[in-house]
Design a protein around this ligand. Sequence first.
Ligand code: FES
Length: 104
Amino acid sequence: MKNVLRLCAESEVTEGAPFSVEIEGIPPLAVYRIDDEIYVTNRTCTHGDADLTEGFQEGGEIECPFHGGSFSIKTGEPVNLPCSKPLTTYPVKVIDGIVYIEKP
Ligand code: FES
């Protein structure tokens, strides 16, 4: 497949434990499971330099470990202050148990 990036195995991503992926040339990513679906966002909070994979996933939301702001994992929209800028999200494909996104 062209223009796709392999992130991880689907089995590495458990609900409530966002999985961190670093690939040279693009921002660090966070991979989440919500029920049976996989979602991918940028890993760094838009309010500061916090790693969201060290935050707290509550269903469809991720709470930042620094100041408690949160985002919708599915849309990237901020849900709680002090977060006000959306997180970048990526369309995901899972093929044969492997998680991919298109090259940003
Ligand atoms: Fe994430 Fe402040 S750095 S809420």
